[in-house]
Design a protein around this ligand. Structure first.
Ligand code: TYD
Length: 202
């Protein structure tokens, strides 16, 4: 059986990627393509540990944080992503190692090295949809929707560094989407890119 496709949705907190992922999955289903929806950090042991840390306001060292994200992703690849790709399915992932490059890079670690290590170890995405929004705007949206604050990651100076790394990122399969447009306009752009990717692969 042909390998499926891995499409990752990336961007700053508040960029709208999770909404767009759900919409894309629903559209694919109406066309008879069963998309696997997943996310990182995961809901597994490591992912829960990461969320608890982010919400506690007490950051671990950048190195520890990096190790936790890698451990979470390793488990996610082994248990969810690789098996789905091997059975020919389309995987839509809310975040991936691209987030580690940007966020842990913004914590002072070597972004280029994180990218190289990740590409060597993990499934590479066939398409990276990067939803671009200014850090200030993203944070305002996160605050407007309420929900649990994550003081470790959701503060402006830090997110501005993340924004800079996202802006300078060069990876194969990367498509930038202006996340300031309307939800409907963005959904149309996403669908066109997803269909383009799948028509080459499936
Ligand atoms: P997020 O997608 O916002 O999850 P949720 O909606 O459940 O809160 O991810 C949580 C935070 O983790 C977010 O601020 C980005 C950060 N993060 C990293 O710092 N490195 C990573 O590798 C990943 C996947 C996320």
């Amino acid at each position: 059986m042909k390998r499926g496709a891995l499409i990752v949705f990336e961007g700053l907190d508040g960029c709208g990627k999770s909404t767009q992922l759900r919409r894309a999955a629903a559209r694919l289903r109406t066309r008879g393509i069963e998309a696997v929806e997943t996310r990182e950090p995961t809901d597994g042991t490591w992912g829960r540990k990461i969320r608890a840390m982010a919400q506690s306001g007490e950051a671990e060292s950048p190195e520890t944080e990096l190790a936790w994200f890698f451990a979470d992703r390793r488990e996610h690849m082994r248990e969810v992503v690789t098996p789905a790709l091997e059975s020919g399915r389309v995987v839509l992932s809310d975040r991936s190692y691209i987030s580690t490059v940007a966020y842990q890079g913004a914590r002072g670690l070597d972004a280029a090295q994180i990218l190289a290590d990740s590409e060597a170890e993990f499934e590479r995405p066939d398409l990276v949809l990067l939803f671009e929004i200014a850090a200030k705007e993203g944070l305002a949206r996160v605050r407007a929707r309420g929900g649990a604050a994550e003081p470790v990651f959701e503060n402006l100076p830090f997110l501005e560094r993340v924004e800079e790394i996202f802006a300078s990122l060069e990876v194969v399969g990367l498509e930038r989407i202006d996340a300031s447009h309307s939800e409907g306009e963005i959904a149309t752009a996403v669908l066109r890119l997803v269909e383009g990717c799948l028509s080459e692969r499936l």
